[in-house]
Design a protein around this ligand. Structure first.
Ligand code: HEC
Length: 138
């Protein structure tokens, strides 16, 4: 995707996505969102970025920051199904803690090899999985 079409897609999505709107308000103040929208990272790496940006002066209301967190977890965070902690499994896959624990129990018996095996865990949402599969690692 070119920078121009990314900017266009982003502007259009922001009309309907309040989480993305919050990202643009909080993170778009000093630089274009293209700085961070094109590349997924692990949640640890994003927390390093958030800490760095906070030091540089990034801020927002509690609600804006919660929306920014949600946006990054749902759209830009890499997840390793076989190693990521329960909270990241729950957030990135959009499942409850019980399902995250079931995933952990399953991977302790036998690591997941592919998306189909993950989809087979009861409670995993196939629609969210399809949408996020490019960020799911094994
Ligand atoms: C107060 C100004 C400011 C705000 C607000 C801000 N940034 Fe930045 N950001 C900077 C500056 C300055 C740089 C350039 C740093 C450099 O060149 O080393 C930067 C660079 C970056 C980079 C590239 C460096 C890297 O670690 O890859 C990313 C990614 C980034 N910002 C993400 C964000 C995100 C996400 C937010 C919202 C949570 C945000 N920024 C909000 C000032 C800001």
């Amino acid at each position: 995707m070119t920078a121009a079409s990314l900017a266009f897609e982003t502007a259009r999505a922001a009309d309907t996505d309040p989480d993305l709107q919050a990202v643009q308000v909080v993170c778009g103040r000093c630089h274009a969102p293209a700085v961070f929208l094109k590349q997924s990272r692990s949640w640890d790496r994003w927390n390093d970025v958030f800490a760095d940006m906070t030091k540089r002066g990034a801020n927002g209301t509690e609600e804006q920051l919660a929306r920014v967190t949600t946006y990054f977890l749902e759209n830009l965070t890499l997840l390793n199904v076989n190693t990521s902690p329960a909270d990241e499994l729950a957030w990135v896959l959009g499942v409850g803690d019980d399902v995250a624990q079931a995933i952990i129990a399953r991977r302790e018996r036998q690591p997941f090899a592919n998306i189909a095996q993950l989809r087979a865990v009861p409670g995993v949402d196939p629609g969210k999985l399809e949408q996020r599969k490019s960020r799911i690692l094994f």
